[in-house]
Design a protein around this ligand. Sequence first.
Ligand code: B16
Ligand code: MG
Length: 217
Amino acid sequence: NKKAFIFDLDGVIVDTAKYHFLAWQKIAQSLNINFTHEDNELLKGVSRVRSLDIILGLGNVQASQEDKDKWLIQKNEDYLSYLVDMDESEVLPGVLKILKLLKEKNQGIALGSASKNARPILEKTGVLSYFDVIVDGNDVTNAKPDPEVFLKAAQLLHIDPKNSIVFEDSVAGIQAANIAEMVSVGIGEETILHEADHIFKDFTQIETSFINDLISQ
Ligand code: B16
Ligand code: MG
């Protein structure tokens, strides 16, 4: 049995949310907008363009497209500067063990992320070679909860959506997986991700038997 295992990036494989936060905070500060760690939760799984609109909304700031484009470039340049020193140590606990297991079992492995910086992040953290397929922010027009990113990943793996499993840390991502009729596995808090078919606090909580059961279903 070959299944498609589709991984979100930020919050699932690596914790890049902390770097997104630092970069957005600089933009917010320059505009006198109060932007907290709690506000940052609103940006998880959300595209760069939409994230800026959310931050401007927090401060009731109206801006021209020209200014917005400038801030989007600034934000990304700053974000990329935090990624320079990224290495294997930033892969979240338990992830590598599951990737190795899936490879051993000859399963399809894909990335399904909103980020336009996914490839260099996978490369720097040393996990790029595990992925048969990468679908990221450069490949889709509709953001999660639209299922486009996951459907595209399954299609590229030539595996039916019903035989696909999605690992996600965002509510919109879980909804996208559910709409695609894939098995949704939430990584994070049960209170937030309750729409998921299965929920784990992190990858260290996922047993080999859970993966084996998914493969043989
Ligand atoms: P970029 P994911 C998402 O990644 C992040 O959660 C979100 O905070 C970010 O705005 C988005 O990627 C776009 O990232 O600016 O690098 O294109 O969780 O979908 O892997
Ligand atoms: Mg995420």
